[in-house]
Write a protein that binds this ligand. Sequence first.
Ligand SMILES: [Zn+2]
Length: 233
Amino acid sequence: MLKVSRNDMKNLFNGLIQLFFPRYCLCCDRFIPHENMFVCIDCQMDLGKSMVPLEAERARIFGAYPQVQSLDIAYTYLKSAKVQKLIHHLKYYGYPEIGRLMGTRLGGQFQDRGLKVDYIVAVPIHWKKKKQRGYNQSEIIAQGVSAVTAIPIHGQVVKKVKHNTSQTRKNIEQRRKNVRSVFQVNPKLNLNGKSVLLLDDVLTTGATLEAIIILLIEAYPEIKISVAVLAMA
Ligand SMILES: [Zn+2]
């Protein structure tokens, strides 16, 4: 009698899955003969490490806030179509796994700084958007960062209370005014003297991050903030 082991069944099952749902690399569209992979090894090696001068960018974007002690950027964005493609898949095409994968590199980079941080805080999205997308991409990135650094994620620090708002066309004064209507810091917490790692997917003008930084500093003047993003546009 033909004996079929559990492993045979598993292989058969995986074979069928491959047959009906073959996996292709999200970057180069080549077939990946591996389950649980979204980006082929070649492309993973090929994703450019960010060459942005981090200290200069921190000073340029967040220099007005001495509480912001560091900025990390994991990947080069504009120069790499692959990175752009991956982040689009993360944000718009329902591939949260990419956030975890890319988050681990960001986490490794941050860990090399040797800074002590109490909590990871992911930039929130409005609950309506989260419901629509199924997840907050920054929280997913946070999971990847947390897996590497063992820093716990604190999900109750900031909330986005206004849907569909853009900070980009406003000047600094308007932004400061606008901030309070867009994000809210949890009044029940006390993070004075604590340090947080603020995480977002892409850094463009820095307006969203700045909005949250303003609120955090207002609520906890003694807070220390590190900022980390996957890429800079
Ligand atoms: Zn590939």
